[in-house]
Design a protein around this ligand. Structure first.
Ligand code: AMP
Length: 114
């Protein structure tokens, strides 16, 4: 989608520090990390947020979440734990309107998530 920053990253039009890539999913480091490890996992195909999951096929969704687990393990977070967040809409302060899963870890995170 034109004017979507994560579509541009998926298309290679904006640089990103890629952690993992395949034909349908991309994982890259967040440019303003909130933890020692802060990676975003996105479907390359544009979808606004998790609400769009209702329109995605099951295998795409399964692949997205399996990739989250795979990326976390590759980063060593399977040994220590990590947090997975997907902000959706205004009350969650979603900044980028392209479905993305945050992976946060590398330190003991706050028990608060709000
Ligand atoms: P949110 O939409 O609030 O769930 O968060 C969007 C996240 O995307 C923020 O943590 C930003 O730091 C991150 N972000 C925005 N633009 C870029 C970019 N070009 N490269 C990497 N991370 C980005």
């Amino acid at each position: 989608m034109e004017d979507c920053v994560f579509c541009k990253i998926a298309e290679g039009r904006i640089p990103a520090k890629t952690v993992y890539e395949d034909e349908s999913v991309l994982a890259f480091h967040d440019m303003a990390p909130k933890a020692p490890v802060h990676v975003l996992v996105i479907p390359k195909r544009h979808a606004e947020n998790i609400l769009a999951a209702r329109a995605l096929d099951d295998s795409s969704l399964a692949h997205l979440f399996r990739t989250v687990a795979e990326v976390a393990a590759r980063l060593g977070l399977d040994k220590t734990g990590f947090r997975v967040i997907s902000n959706c809409g205004a009350d969650a302060c979603q900044e980028v309107g392209h479905l993305h899963i945050h992976i946060l870890g590398g330190k003991k995170l706050s028990p608060k998530i709000d």
